[in-house]
Design a protein around this ligand. Structure first.
Ligand SMILES: Cc1cc2nc3c(=O)[nH]c(=O)nc-3n(C[C@H](O)[C@H](O)[C@H](O)COP(=O)(O)O)c2cc1C
Length: 248
């Protein structure tokens, strides 16, 4: 093997070490203070992300003010109660952990950027179809940047928490004034990071051969509606809240 290939392999291994160790936790050490340069290093990784039309349709709001963190957390707690009342049956996490997060970054986007993607902009039915696709492009772009930030945080030794339970309109209305976010923008997710309050655990991941298809879709990977419903009823809570060894 040439020396160049060997060094590429070690870079891959270093990357995979970070990828595998990126683990979600939902409670942090509240006394830890994130150094300012860590925020910058994390967002520097986000800045280099790919995006549709290279539009870079993202904004990051670093929240260091504990009172603001508490207010954000309070919104989630109220939302949690509302969801329980609605009997949504989603195994909602304890969002009080948000207020303990030493690092908290709100990720926002501006859906007007969908105009930069392949659309007709003439209000026709066809335009509507392309606009839906444009929204997907926008969301994937912001997710790409967010993922880079999460990996950078993991590389710095932090645990992370990707919170999206804020898409609904009421959440937008509650969150934007708190942070002075203009009406035109949407809050897409919140990135929490810091040292974990308890030992993090690795969650279940599908095996490689369950997700990889060669040339054609492997029909054995297809799940029926009933199988998906069964997975949601019997497995979902385990893969969200248990160690990978505790999922059968
Ligand atoms: C797009 C996306 C949305 C998520 N939304 C939430 C959320 O709203 N609340 C939450 O507690 N966790 C959320 N998570 C975290 C997932 O539950 C977590 O990534 C998953 O259980 C796998 O665990 P791991 O990150 O440790 O691999 C989200 C993750 C992603 C990528």
């Amino acid at each position: 093997m040439s020396q160049a290939i060997e060094s590429e392999r070690s870079r891959y291994d270093a990357l995979m070490d970070v990828v595998e160790r990126r683990m979600t936790v939902r409670a942090f050490d509240p006394d830890y203070v994130v150094p300012k340069d860590h925020y910058e290093m994390i967002l520097e990784a986000a800045r280099h992300a790919p995006s549709g039309a290279n539009a870079q349709p993202w904004h990051f709001i670093v929240v260091t003010d504990q009172a603001l963190k508490n207010e954000i957390m309070e919104y989630f707690r109220a939302e949690q109660v509302a969801r329980a009342k609605l009997k949504m049956k989603f195994p909602t996490p304890d969002y009080r952990g948000l207020a303990t997060s030493p690092g908290l970054i709100v990720v926002a986007s501006d859906f007007r950027w969908t105009k930069a993607f392949p659309v007709l902009n003439d209000g026709s039915d066809l335009d509507k179809m392309y606009k839906e696709n444009a929204e997907r492009i926008l969301l994937q772009s912001v997710a790409a940047a967010t993922m880079s930030a999460h990996l950078a945080a993991a590389a710095l030794g932090y645990n992370v928490w990707w919170v999206t339970a804020i898409g609904q309109e009421a959440a937008q209305k509650a969150m934007k004034p708190l942070l002075g976010i203009p009406e035109e923008l949407s809050v897409l997710d919140i990135m929490c990071f810091g040292p974990a309050a308890k030992k993090p655990y690795k969650r279940w991941k599908k095996k490689l051969d369950e997700v990889v298809n060669w040339n054609r879709f492997d029909q054995s990977h297809f799940m029926t509606d009933a199988e998906i419903d069964e997975w949601i009823a019997r497995t979902r809570h385990k893969v969200m809240y248990r160690d990978e060894s505790n999922v059968d």
